[in-house]
Design a protein around this ligand. Structure first.
Ligand SMILES: [Zn+2]
Length: 354
């Protein structure tokens, strides 16, 4: 009983301004009995709580781009992550938002115009194409534009609901004027620059916990006073020429759960109060797992999930919205990759009470 009353009070509180506006617009000019107004208020609150307090997830079928047979990038995960979320009943179709193609002008906020134009017009030189590692095509570059819009949409949702996801993205190796390591454009960097330009956020922290350094993100925001980059990665992992993040922690090979989680927790508890961001981007790469073919850490699946929980708990406690992009994952078994990514959603659903 108390829980029900509390929930209704919460609904009323959440919708106070909305309800006031509605009363002002529609009811004030047509006086209705008090009980009718109360009924409408509860009804609207219920509808909003039922249908709109959702974990919002950006996803587009264009994320699943066909690659040549035997290509080492596990593109299939972008199909399996939403499928697994639905299969487990963690979400339903109303949780998903479909991105559109982001405007080229927005991409210029974080990337060099000449690079963007060459990439999108399929004029990139062969050396840069090899550095990226995907065969170029119109569909592939369009995929990047959907990805970026997905991350921007997730930012808007995170501002409202505390956290929101993109089922792909975290393309953190793309720098201002280059792409590499399966990254053409940097979705979170473009979204961060866009949020900042729009005045939606005045101080942003980019938390990058992929096993590889977020060199592209660091390159883009190297001298930025208000978009701060944190990268906790394997020192011996790709990229071998590291860029300078605002805070870099290059960790030794073989890091296990305990040592790794202590480092992550210490950084969160130090940086969040020191920087006091009003928005956080989280690159939640799962190539920190012991099963990963490219990473050199030794995290268990539970350790990887605990890492996600630490980020969400720290941000939620301080009421800082978080956008999550997936990042890397190259375990031999696709089920390990998908399970670890889905754990990030499981952690958010539990912590944010979706
Ligand atoms: Zn990675």
């Amino acid at each position: 009983m108390f829980i029900v009353v509390y929930k209704w009070l919460k609904v009323l509180e959440l919708n106070f301004i909305f309800i006031l506006n509605l009363i002002k617009k529609n009811i004030a000019c047509k006086p209705l009995p008090f009980s009718t107004r109360v009924f409408y208020c509860f009804l609207i609150g219920y509808i909003r709580d039922k249908f709109y307090h959702l974990l919002r997830i950006a996803h587009h079928k264009a994320y699943i781009h066909p690659l040549p047979e035997g290509h080492r990038f596990p593109m299939m995960k972008y199909e399996l992550i939403p499928a697994q979320l639905l299969y487990e009943g963690l979400v339903n179709l109303s949780n998903f938002m479909e991105p559109t193609l982001v405007d080229r002008e927005i991409v210029y906020l974080a990337h060099d115009k000449a690079y963007v134009d060459a990439l999108l017009d399929l004029r990139l030189d062969p050396k840069m194409q090899r550095r990226i590692g995907f065969p170029m095509s119109k569909d592939l570059v369009e995929r990047e534009l959907y990805l970026i819009d997905g991350t921007i949409q997730a930012c808007a949702a995170a501002r409202e609901y505390g956290v929101a996801f993109n089922t792909a993205g975290g393309t953190h190796h793309a720098g201002r004027d280059f792409g590499e390591g399966f990254c053409l454009l940097n979705d979170q960097a473009v979204a961060a620059a866009y949020l900042y330009a729009q005045g939606w956020a005045k101080k942003i922290l980019m938390i990058d916990l992929d096993v590889h350094q977020g060199n592209g993100t660091a390159h883009i925001f190297e001298d930025h006073p208000d978009i701060i980059t944190l990268s906790i990665h394997g020192e011996k992992n790709f990229p071998f020429k590291k860029e300078r993040s605002h805070v870099d922690l290059g960790l030794p090979e073989g890091m296990g759960d305990e040592d790794y989680l202590a480092v992550v927790q210490e950084q969160l508890e130090t940086l969040l109060p020191a920087i006091n961001p009003d928005f956080v981007f989280y690159q939640a790469g799962v190539d920190v797992l012991a099963t990963d073919k490219l990473g050199k850490f030794k995290l268990t699946i539970d350790g990887c999930k605990r890492r996600d929980e630490l980020v969400f708990e720290a941000c939620k406690r301080r009421a800082i919205p978080v956008e999550v992009s997936m990042g890397g994952g190259y375990s031999a078994q696709i089920k390990d990759i998908v399970n670890a990514h889905v754990n990030t959603y499981r952690a958010a659903i539990a912590i944010y009470d979706f």
